[in-house]
Ligand binder design. Structure first.
Ligand code: 5GP
Length: 203
């Protein structure tokens, strides 16, 4: 016996940003792409821009359920101009991770939008097919204007060029969850945008 003892194992170094995420999720998370503080700073900037652009206009925020709920809430409460809120729910035919562009409206607006300034609030624009359908659908109702605010965009995945007036962050071609975005209805409540370990998808 050498008489030497093994040094105590050093504690695992946590991935940057994990401290803002409840411990129960840590094992599922591969990386934190955008931390909560960065999201809030960016939403401050976007809401300030919306404030300026829509001053003296009658703004209607249209949130796309369910993913946009937190973006909607966080933008709406930052605005200093009056704004109404309404919601739509759409389902895109396609696999769980890709969109086909064939969209069914599960919940329509409660309000008429003719003559109103509409700002669609989205969580993420991926291929753009869902949003393209939504914009065409809303434009057919003769609003004064239709613009888009999306927390995230994946430009390399875009199949249709869309004018997204307010973009939070560009993300690479990876599946992300958090801040409203789910995988099988989980992880929506995370305050950060994260990627998941492959074994999470394997079930
Ligand atoms: P698109 O029609 O632009 O391809 O797809 C838009 C919808 O696909 C988004 O509203 C979202 O529901 C879903 N989606 C696209 N990329 C992601 C992603 O990285 N994570 C999650 N959770 N959903 C995504």
């Amino acid at each position: 016996m050498s008489g030497q003892t093994e040094p105590p194992a050093s504690p695992a170094v946590p991935s940057p940003g994990l401290e803002q995420i409840p411990a129960v999720f840590h094992d599922d998370i591969e990386s934190v792409l955008i931390g909560a503080d960065d999201i809030h700073r960016r939403l401050d900037e976007l809401a300030a821009q919306v404030d300026v652009d829509y001053a003296d206009r009658e703004l209607l925020l249209v949130g796309v359920l369910k993913g946009a709920i937190f973006v909607m809430a966080d933008v709406a409460r930052r605005l200093t101009i009056p704004a109404s809120m309404d919601f739509m729910a759409v389902s895109s035919y396609g696999s769980s991770t890709t969109s086909s562009g064939v969209v069914r409206i599960l919940k329509d607006l409660d309000t008429e939008i003719e003559g109103r300034d509409v700002l669609i609030i989205e969580d993420i624009v991926d291929s753009g097919l869902t949003l393209d359908y939504l914009m065409k659908n809303l434009r057919s109702r003769k609003p004064a204007s239709v613009e888009v605010l999306s927390l995230l965009t994946k430009p390399t995945r875009r199949e249709i060029e869309l004018p997204i007036r307010y973009v939070g962050f560009e993300v690479p071609d990876v599946f992300v969850v958090g801040f409203g975005l789910d995988f099988s209805e989980s992880y929506r409540g995370l305050r950060s945008i994260v990627t998941l370990k492959p074994e999470v998808y394997a079930g």
